[in-house]
Design a protein around this ligand. Structure first.
Ligand SMILES: NC(=O)c1ccc[n+]([C@@H]2O[C@H](COP(=O)([O-])OP(=O)(O)OC[C@H]3O[C@@H](n4cnc5c(N)ncnc54)[C@H](O)[C@@H]3O)[C@@H](O)[C@H]2O)c1
Length: 332
């Protein structure tokens, strides 16, 4: 089966391309390189020891998308391409709505035109209303607190409505919690441009000496040590979740929404201590005030994904920390 992977040179996309290819799918990558590098394609091909078709272009360019579908005729799409920096989305909401919502609309229009009705979409735990008590279940009220989260929520709504039409859409919406780690080869890690937003790239840059201190936002939350608690999931587990979602889609039409997390929360300090212990490096940190919109505790209820997809994350926080550091140290 041929799967088009949008955003396939990005962090989660690249790891999923590996999982897809290893499971016997034929993966085709589409990416505009707005947040990734061409070198990642070489890394993917090196790991797989074969060439992977790549199309450089933008979801906002409908003609380009038609060209890719005309040439490749994929059987399904795993749709990662999107902008993901929460802070930037607050400053530039139109950029986020255009890229993430209008870009997805173009993709869905072209899919329909080519009668490709199978799609897995990267959503996020940020769609949940932060007032919900954790663990978050898929049927809890939604209420994103920033334009990035809104863009995911809007696309979820579009997909839900599509699934109610007469077309035979088979749609999987995956709400990721907090992906960490890298491919076991030491390649395909998270490499954001500029000052990282996410915790782990920040930690690894402090470990490398590129940044002086880790900034921890909030030390007075009602948690075991006062720092925020999140559900960290290894990117290889996350990639495997996509295979299981694709298998579920092949059973027929409809819409399924699933959390992908471990079901367990770790505090920021716990991640820092684990990173220091397994990698024998020191991470100096300083406390800053809470960031607006951040919640104290967020973790997934994973029972639906376990029951419906057979998915269970199995890779430990220790391995996430080791893999992230190996990636950062060897990064070109
Ligand atoms: N990493 C996380 O913490 C996280 C958590 C929840 C959800 N997600 C979602 O998962 C998806 C993948 O995340 P990631 O961490 O791999 O991000 P990433 O930035 O590493 O990958 C996204 C890729 O999409 C490409 N892209 C962006 N806009 C595009 C466009 N208009 N046309 C073509 N390509 C485009 C980028 O160049 C990049 O390679 C995103 O949709 C993100 O919102 C990520």
């Amino acid at each position: 089966m041929k799967i088009l992977v949008t955003g396939g040179l990005g962090y989660i996309g690249a790891n999923t391309v590996i999982a897809l290819a290893e499971a016997g799918y034929e993966a085709i990558i589409l990416d505009n390189l707005s947040n990734s590098r061409m070198a990642v394609l070489g890394d993917i091909e090196g790991i797989l020891d074969r060439e992977v078709p790549f199309y450089k272009g933008d979801l906002l360019d409908e003609k380009f998308l038609e060209g890719v579908f005309n040439k490749e005729h994929p059987d399904g799409v795993v749709h990662f391409a999107g902008l993901k920096a929460v802070g930037e989305s607050v400053a530039l909401p139109l950029k986020y709505f255009e890229n993430n919502v209008a870009g997805t609309l173009n993709l869905l229009k072209v899919m329909k035109a080519f009668e490709v009705y199978r799609v897995v979409f990267s959503s996020s735990a940020t769609v949940y209303d932060p007032q919900n008590p954790p663990p978050f279940t898929e049927d809890m009220p939604l209420g994103p607190t920033n334009p990035y989260g809104d863009s995911k929520w809007m696309v979820e709504g579009i997909l839900r409505r599509l699934s109610e039409t007469h077309d035979p859409w088979a749609i999987g919406i995956l709400r990721y919690f907090n992906p960490l780690g890298a491919h076991e080869s030491g390649l395909l890690g998270e490499d954001p441009r500029g000052i990282p937003n996410n915790l782990m790239p920040y930690i690894t840059r402090v470990a490398k000496g590129e940044l002086k201190f880790l900034r921890i936002f909030g030390s007075d939350y009602d948690t075991m040590d006062g720092t925020g608690v999140r559900d960290y999931i290894h990117v290889a587990d996350l990639a495997r979740g996509h295979l299981m979602a694709l298998t579920a889609l092949s059973r027929g039409r409809g819409l399924g929404i699933y959390n992908l997390g471990t079901g367990r929360g770790h505090s920021v300090l716990e991640v820092v201590r684990t990173f220091e212990r397994v990698n024998a490096v020191k991470i100096p940190y300083e406390y800053h005030s809470r960031r607006p919109g951040d919640v104290a505790v967020s973790f997934a209820d994973t029972s639906k994904a376990a029951k419906a997809l057979g998915f269970k994350a199995s890779i430990s926080l220790e391995t996430m920390c080791r893999d992230a550091w190996r990636y950062e140290k060897t990064k070109k």
